[in-house]
Design a protein around this ligand. Structure first.
Ligand SMILES: *Cc1c(COP(=O)(O)O)cnc(C)c1O
Length: 385
C-alpha cells in the first residue's frame, strides 16, 4: 500500500459520513440501540464496533487503520501517551517471575517502568549493551520472555541490529518489542525485520504539531486484539476522539514533515561536525559514527534529533550558548514543527532522572524552519560559549 493512499484514503468510510472529506469527530462516550436484540448482538463485538468509546470509536478506528498500515502491521492501538503504549506493550508480554532483556539507556520512563515498577510484581530486567547482538543471546535466561529495543535511542542514538536480534529471540520463543519513535513509521519498519510489537510516542512525529500527547502500539491482529481486551480496556489509557481527530490531521503531512526535518538535520549535522567548539556529534548518519553501516542497513534516513558535546570550560559556557539561541525553543520533547534545544545540564534539578551524559551535552531537534537560518543562529550562539 503506498503512503499517499494510506494517508488520504485508507479507513476513511466517507460513504457513511455524507461524503465528508475530513472525517467527523465522534465526540461521544456511548452508542445507542433500538432493540435488546441489537444491543445484545453489538455487545458480542464491543472492541470491533461502536458500543462504548473506550473500546471502539469510529474516529479512533480510522486512525488505527492508517497507523497499522504505515508500520506494515495488521493492527494498531492508540493510547493517551507513548508511556502508556510502552507499559501496555510490555505488560502484555510478561507476568510475575518473568525476565526481560532491555537495551541499555532506554527512554527514561521505560527504564522506570522496568526498574521501579514491574520489579514490584517480580519481573526482573537485565540491561545490555545493544551494539552487539551476541550480548542479548548471552543474557537470555530460562525465564526470559521479552527483549526490548529502542533503535536508535533519543539522546545518543545507539542502534541495535533488529534483524539479528529478532532471529535470536525467535529461536527461543522470546517476544521482541521495538520503540521506533525516533524513526517515525516512514524511516524504519521493525516488523519487516522480525519484531513482534512496534511502538511510538505519537506525541513526536506522528501528531507532529506539539499539541497532543499520544502513543501507538502496532502488531499482529492476534496480539493487538489480546492487548485491547486485557491491558487497554483494563488500564483504560484510551485516546479521546478529539485528540484522534487532531492526530489524523497531523498525520496527513507526516511525509513532508519527516523528510524536511531529516534533510535540514543532515545540513545542521554537517555544520556542527566541522565547528571548532564541538567536541563530539551524536547523529546516526554522521560519517564518523561507528554504527553508520547499521544505520544504512535498517533506516531510510536519519531523524530530526542530534546531540552535541560542547567544548566549554564550565556550565556557564553551555548556558550562554543555549540562552543566546533565537530560533530554537528551549523545551523537552521533539517531532513538531519547531526546532528545540535541550541542555542535559538542566537535568541536575530533576527528581525523576539522573543525567547519564556529560554535563556539556546538548540535544537539538531540527524542525521545519529554513536550515540556513538555524545554522546562522547556531553559529552566533557558539561564538558566545
Ligand atoms: C517521548 C518518548 C516516549 C514517551 O512518549 P510520551 O508520549 O511522552 O508518553 C517513549 N519513547 C521515546 C523514544 C520517546 O521519545
Amino acid at each position: 500500500m503506498d503512503i499517499s493512499y494510506i494517508l488520504n484514503h485508507l479507513g476513511e468510510e466517507r460513504d457513511e459520513y455524507y461524503g465528508s472529506v475530513a472525517p467527523p469527530i465522534f465526540q461521544t462516550t456511548n452508542f445507542c440501540f433500538k432493540t435488546v436484540a441489537e444491543m445484545r448482538q453489538k455487545l458480542t463485538r464491543e472492541l470491533e464496533r461502536p458500543f462504548y468509546t473506550r473500546g471502539y470509536n469510529p474516529t479512533v478506528a480510522t486512525l488505527r487503520k492508517k497507523l497499522a498500515a504505515l508500520e506494515k502491521a495488521e493492527d494498531a492501538i492508540v493510547f493517551s501517551s507513548g508511556s502508556a503504549a510502552v507499559a501496555a506493550a510490555v505488560m502484555s508480554v510478561v507476568k510475575g517471575g518473568d525476565h526481560v532483556i532491555c537495551v541499555q539507556k532506554p527512554y527514561s520512563w521505560t527504564g522506570n517502568l522496568l526498574t521501579k515498577y514491574l520489579i514490584k510484581y517480580g519481573i526482573s530486567t537485565t540491561f545490555v549493551d545493544g551494539s552487539n547482538p551476541v550480548n542479548f543471546d548471552k543474557a537470555i535466561k530460562e525465564n526470559t520472555k521479552l527483549i526490548y529495543l529502542e533503535s536508535p535511542n533519543s539522546l545518543t542514538f545507539e542502534m541495535q541490529d533488529i534483524a539479528e536480534i529478532t532471529k535470536i529471540a525467535k529461536a527461543k520463543n522470546i517476544t521482541t518489542i521495538v520503540d521506533n519513535s525516533y524513526n517515525s513509521p516512514l524511516n524504519q519498519n521493525p516488523i519487516e525485520m522480525g519484531a513482534d510489537l512496534v511502538l511510538h510516542s505519537g506525541s513526536k512525529y506522528i501528531n507532529g504539531h506539539s499539541d497532543v500527547v499520544c502513543g501507538v502500539v502496532c502488531g499482529s491482529r492476534e496480539r493487538i486484539m489480546k492487548m485491547l481486551a486485557e491491558e487497554y480496556m483494563t488500564i483504560g489509557s484510551c485516546i479521546s476522539p478529539q485528540d484522534a481527530g487532531l492526530i489524523l490531521r497531523g498525520l496527513r503531512t507526516i511525509e513532508l514533515r519527516v523528510n524536511q526535518s531529516a534533510a535540514s538535520t543532515k545540513k545542521v549535522a554537517d555544520f556542527l561536525e566541522k565547528h571548532p567548539k564541538i567536541k563530539q556529534l551524536n547523529y546516526p548518519f554522521s560519517s564518523k559514527n561507528p554504527q553508520l553501516e547499521l544505520a544504512k542497513k535498517q533506516m531510510k534516513q536519519g531523524g530530526g534529533l542530534l546531540s552535541i558535546v560542547i567544548k566549554a570550560e564550565n556550565e556557564a559556557g553551555v548556558e550562554r550558548f543555549c540562552d543566546n539561541l533565537k530560533r530554537f525553543l528551549m523545551a523537552t520533547s521533539w517531532g513538531g514543527y519547531e526546532s528545540l534545544i535541550f541542555p542535559l545540564c538542566a537535568l541536575a534539578a530533576s527528581k525523576s532522572f539522573e543525567n547519564p551524559l556529560p554535563w556539556n551535552t546538548v540535544r537539538l531537534y531540527i524542525g521545519l524552519e529554513d536550515a540556513d537560518l538555524l545554522i546562522e543562529d547556531l553559529k552566533q550562539a557558539l561564538d558566545k560559549v
